[in-house]
Design a protein around this ligand. Structure first.
Ligand code: SF4
Ligand code: SF4
Length: 140
């Protein structure tokens, strides 16, 4: 019997709850993310890290506001940098680790209201790999 889970829409629909913008150890930003965001908000590239990033080990993550949400989160528009949001935010929840460890999907779904649970691992791996490939082709 053919699987009922074929595309990303079959397993995920963002509910705009904002949970993924709150805490969770921070949102990693690549150098390209930093260039994209600083250009978008018209902020000096050199000063961006000092103003908008913290360190998590050796990597940069976006600073959290006092409310625990990402500094670019806004309750009305949700993400104020949506067109240039970091790779990590664009990818969610179709992230690399799920291809290797599909068993992590259900745990992620505990905090992300848009993720359907109990998807067969083979279907998950196929859909996530496809979405990741599409994203990787589209990002600058
Ligand atoms: S960059 Fe946007 S989507 Fe990503 S955590 Fe911040 S507010 Fe959320
Ligand atoms: S936690 Fe999931 S459902 Fe909520 S805003 Fe983020 S991606 Fe959308």
């Amino acid at each position: 019997m053919a699987s009922e889970f074929k595309t990303c829409d079959d397993i995920f629909e963002c509910q705009l709850c904002g949970n993924c913008c709150n805490g969770f150890g921070g949102t990693y930003v690549t150098q390209q993310d930093i260039i994209n965001i600083s250009t978008y908000i018209n902020f000096d590239l050199e000063k961006f890290i000092a103003r908008y990033c913290d360190k998590s080990g050796t990597r940069n993550v976006l600073t959290l506001g006092k409310d625990g949400y990402c500094v670019f989160f806004d309750t009305i528009s949700q993400c104020t940098i949506h067109p240039v949001k970091p790779y990590m935010c664009k990818a969610w929840p179709f992230i690399q680790t799920i291809i290797k460890h599909p068993e992590n999907w259900n745990a992620m779904a505990n905090s992300c209201l848009g993720m359907k649970k109990n998807i067969p691992h083979k279907d998950l791996q196929k859909i996530v790999a496809l979405e990741k490939e599409k994203l990787d082709k589209s990002v600058i």
